[in-house]
Ligand binder design. Structure first.
Ligand code: NAD
Ligand SMILES: O=C(O)C(=O)C[C@@H](O)[C@H](O)[C@H](O)COP(=O)(O)O
Ligand code: ZN
Length: 361
């Protein structure tokens, strides 16, 4: 087992990464909680819920199983879960457990942050992508006008990452998770990035997966420790998300995975960076890695650049209604830049043209 400790402003917490941890959850809970609400989605419930429930008595634990997918990060499910929690008698000494991917983690975490003005919660990530979402305390639900627009910063008490659960992930979700690891490596060092770009999604040995996850988590943890509330450096973790989030919202939540959208968003961020700084950084290597690993680059054929710019206008990084994007001056040197809407529109149009041409080769 590996452990990474994170210092948050409210408390410190540990991220344990290892095999079989879901079966030992109870031994990691140090407080005597009055009741527990465990949230998971229907896919994860089918495979792993009993492993966790088996450690508790029926009286003390309420299970809330939500539909799988991004559309569950909604105000309706947020509200109905509050209702179930009140009816079950959850109080301020109760605990919420998020067993699942980033959807469950973001939603359950946001419910924990608002229930009776805030109760403890534990993240039990079950996707590769959730190495990112379970760390750092960003919790949220979506608004029809944009991603994660209703939320808060609310760190978990503990992250228990049982990597055995990752063996049941569909290939598409492995692909999705790796986009965020690439992002983290792009913010760190060339050698880290080379290591991640050497991965082939369809064939990842266990030890390599563990190493890549640990690398991503360490890079993320260091950034959120430095700037928990995203006043400055944490914005860099949004690399690839200005376009990525807009793609998710324009297509309709759940039509593309978060990581697939971020993968395209990262390529766009590198494309703009190379134009802006007039130098080669990573575009051709990243493009060929994304192509080799079957990221859905051809989605650009069904996207309208003006609709994307409209969505980008609701991005949380914007200031005075101006779109702000994270660019890379070089690997490990992210910076934030603001652009006029027309300039972004030009970039998207020429980027799409280039991707379309590449997809024909
Ligand atoms: N809070 C943050 O810092 C942060 C960071 C990154 C992403 N996010 C958010 O995370 C969400 C995406 O998370 P995700 O990619 O984990 O999506 P997800 O939670 O929807 O999970 C993806 C799919 O995998 C299934 N699944 C989960 N675990 C499984 C397992 N072990 N075996 C088989 N199937 C399994 C789920 O049922 C779902 O169908 C997005 O909403 C994104 O905005 C948040
Ligand atoms: O932790 C962060 O900070 C991130 O930006 C991580 C992102 O991968 C994640 O998708 C996050 O939810 C996006 O943040 P948002 O503030 O743009 O919603
Ligand atoms: Zn993300």
């Amino acid at each position: 087992m590996r452990t990474i400790d994170v210092q948050a402003s409210s408390h410190d917490y540990s991220i344990h990464i290892g095999s079989g941890l879901r079966l030992a959850l109870k031994s990691y809970i140090s407080m005597d909680y009055s009741k527990i609400l465990i949230m998971t989605d229907e896919n994860v419930a089918n495979i792993y819920l009993d492993d966790v429930l088996g450690q508790f008595s029926e009286k003390e634990i309420l299970k809330v199983i939500i539909p799988a997918g991004e559309s569950s990060k909604s105000i309706e499910i947020f509200y109905s879960t509050h209702t179930k929690a009140i009816e079950f008698g959850l109080d301020r000494s109760s605990l919420i457990i998020a067993l699942g991917g980033g959807v469950v983690g973001d939603l359950a975490g946001f419910i924990a942050s608002t229930y009776m003005r805030g109760i403890d919660y534990i993240q039990m990530p079950t996707t590769i992508l959730a190495h990112d979402s379970s760390v750092g305390g960003k919790v949220a639900i979506n608004h029809e006008l944009g991603k994660n627009l209703i939320g808060s910063f609310y760190p978990p008490k503990l992250v228990l990452y049982d990597i055995d659960t990752l063996h049941t992930l569909p290939t598409r979700e492995i692909r999705s998770g790796y986009a965020e690891i690439i992002k983290e490596a792009m913010l760190a060092k060339q050698s880290n990035l080379n290591e991640i770009l050497s991965t082939t999604i369809s064939d990842i040995p266990n030890e390599k997966l563990m190493q890549d996850l640990e690398l991503g988590i360490k890079i993320k943890a260091a950034i959120v420790e430095e700037d928990e509330k995203e006043r400055g450096t944490r914005k860099h973790l949004n690399l690839g998300h200005t376009l990525g989030h807009a793609i998710e919202a324009v297509l309709g939540y759940g039509k593309i995975t978060h990581g697939e959208a971020v993968g395209i968003g990262l390529l766009f961020a590198v494309y703009v960076s190379e134009k802006y700084f007039s130098k080669k950084i990573l575009f051709s290597q990243l493009l060929s890695w994304l192509k080799k690993n079957h990221y859905p680059l051809n989605i650009v054929n069904s996207l309208t650049p003006t609709a994307l710019v409209d969505k980008m206008k609701t991005d949380k990084k914007n200031v005075h209604n101006k779109i702000h994007m994270v660019l890379l001056e070089a690997i490990g040197q992210p910076t934030v830049h603001s652009f006029e809407d027309n300039k972004i529109l030009d970039y998207i149009q020429s980027f799409f043209d280039m991707v379309k041409e590449e997809m024909m080769n």
